[in-house]
Design a binder for this molecule. Structure first.
Ligand code: GAR
Length: 223
């Protein structure tokens, strides 16, 4: 491949499927930045029919579908999701507030092509109640992480993080509220790296511009 064909390839928007379960504000942030960062969103998929993000998809003209988790066994859900994705062949899968644990086989199939945004400074506080845990432990800072999805819950290699200070008067709600716009910026900038074909997973290690990353990229410093 010569240099000009590489450049031409980079101009192709990256096809990014987004998975949601609720409000969908991270999906909205990605959609609103899509043209600027060089992605297209061929579908947004919810595991819940009442996900607010589906309404935004409808008004914004993004193809959307619901695979209602309650109507499928665990493995049938993964198969239905895979069938939908097979028909569209996205290059990247973004879990944006997707509150369902995917099976190991699905995760293995999407290995290195699936990322998740999680509201904590991983490896701190995988799972639920991150804002509450930050306060319970008296942490002085909080944040969010974008990581590759592996079979270990919120345990895959961390690509990028954003940080906010914890104030004495903070509640779980105020932390969530202040963190959310930073999450949006973090997710958009991180997906932009994928759109530029700049980041990849090799042997479970993150490479940025062909160089191994020792630490997660920090929003506003590295991103
Ligand atoms: C976001 O805060 C995201 O980090 C979190 O759910 C929220 C979804 O908001 N994700 C997780 O907790 C995943 N473990 P949104 O639907 O408005 O994007």
């Amino acid at each position: 491949m010569n240099a000009s064909s590489t450049t031409a390839e980079r101009r192709q928007p990256l096809s990014v499927a987004v998975l949601i379960s609720g409000r969908g504000s991270n999906f909205r942030a990605l959609h609103q930045a899509a043209d600027r960062i060089g992605i297209r969103i061929p579908v947004v998929i919810s595991n819940r029919p009442d996900a607010e993000g589906l309404k935004y998809a409808q008004t914004a003209g993004v193809p959307a579908c619901c695979i209602d988790r309650r109507k499928y066994s665990r493995s049938a859900f993964d198969q239905a999701l895979q069938a939908k994705l097979d028909s569209l062949q996205p290059e990247l899968l973004v879990l944006a507030g997707f509150m369902h644990i995917l099976g190991d086989a699905f995760v293995a199939d999407w290995s290195a092509r699936m990322i998740n945004i999680h509201p904590s400074l991983l490896p701190k506080y995988p799972g639920l109640n991150t804002h509450r845990n930050v306060l319970a432990n008296g942490d002085s800072e909080h944040g969010a992480s974008v990581h590759f999805v592996t079979a270990k819950l919120d345990g895959g290699p961390v690509i990028s993080q954003c940080r906010i200070p914890v104030m004495p008067e903070d509640s779980p709600q105020s932390l969530a509220r202040r963190l959310l716009p930073e999450e949006h910026r973090l997710l958009v900038r991180t997906v932009e790296l994928f759109a530029g074909r700049r980041v990849e997973l090799r042997d479970n290690l993150i490479c940025l511009d062909e160089r191994l990353l020792n630490d997660a990229l920090q929003l506003d410093q590295d991103l």
